[in-house]
Design a protein around this ligand. Structure first.
Ligand SMILES: CC(=O)[C@@H](O)[C@H](O)COP(=O)(O)O
Ligand SMILES: NCC(=O)COP(=O)(O)O
Length: 250
């Protein structure tokens, strides 16, 4: 399976929001990323709109619809009524649900499916009923029962939270142990018929071992590390670097 790359544009929005000016432009950089072969764009609007603003969503929707109809729009967020209404209005191809509290600085854990499974079922059904693929943010600790409960929600995929893996950039032994746990979680998901995505703190350096251990990894969404890379190499070249790191022929 080819692992596709969705470019998360949150960090670009954060840079833009430093000033009351329209640059760097999400539309322009999103276009460059898609032209360079990214499979889609990801946004994670937070309730305080500290990076992605609600007004950004129709712009990205139109960019994909008008210029890249094969691309995927992935919207991430906590499934509040406000967020679900936003998804219904924007109709992303994929919604990634996360358990984040509004006060969280960033996503730092997956769902507790033992606690949240029943709560998620009608939400997953509602989004899928409107034609959106649903992915659920999940810890990658090899918890097979949690994966079974994720499947029972009706979701199409899980997204493995790779923050602990990304944090081990200076500790290869620990990183290898975490990749193995992520791999075991992904194997359990595959056995249940769930697709597998991954994201958080992925980089050109740490992607290849992950993709090697999880050959059925469907998609990675990457923002922080990718934006840092783009400052050095430019968005188009960065997308090509990340695509190669995903195992794609560029
Ligand atoms: C869901 C996830 O993994 C996060 O990485 C998220 O998309 C990033 O959110 P922030 O950009 O707000 O840190
Ligand atoms: N779903 C994870 C994501 O979109 C990007 O996370 P990060 O690369 O900004 O950590």
């Amino acid at each position: 399976m080819v692992t596709t790359l969705s470019v998360n544009i949150n960090a670009i929005a954060m840079l833009r929001n430093r000033r009351d000016l329209p640059w760097p432009s999400l539309e322009h950089l999103g276009r460059i990323a898609l032209q360079a072969g990214a499979s889609g764009l990801t946004v994670h609007p937070r309730p305080d709109q500290r990076h992605i603003r609600l007004s950004d969503l129709p712009v990205i929707r139109a960019l994909i619809d008008d210029e890249f109809p094969e691309a995927e729009f992935n919207i991430e967020g906590y499934p509040s009524e406000e967020f679900l209404t936003l998804c219904e209005r924007t109709e992303p191809e994929q919604v990634t649900l996360v358990p984040d509290d509004p006060s969280q600085a960033t996503s730092d854990h997956g769902f507790d499916f033992r606690r949240d499974g029943e709560m998620l079922k009608p939400i997953v059904a509602r989004l899928k009923g409107k034609g959106m693929r649903v992915s659920l943010f999940a810890d990658g600790e090899g918890d097979v029962e949690a994966v079974r409960l994720a499947k029972a929600t009706g979701a199409d995929r899980i997204e493995l939270y790779t923050g602990p893996y990304g944090g081990c950039y200076d500790n290869p032994e620990k990183a290898a142990a975490i990749v193995e746990k992520l791999g075991q979680t992904a194997d359990a998901a595959k056995a249940e018929g769930l697709g597998v995505n991954a994201g958080h703190d992925l980089t050109v350096a740490n992607l290849p071992p992950l993709v090697k251990r999880i050959p059925h990894l469907a998609e990675v969404s990457i923002g922080h590390g990718l934006t840092a890379d783009a400052l050095e190499f430019g968005m188009a070249e960065t997308v090509r670097r990340f695509r190669r790191a995903c195992g794609q022929t560029v």
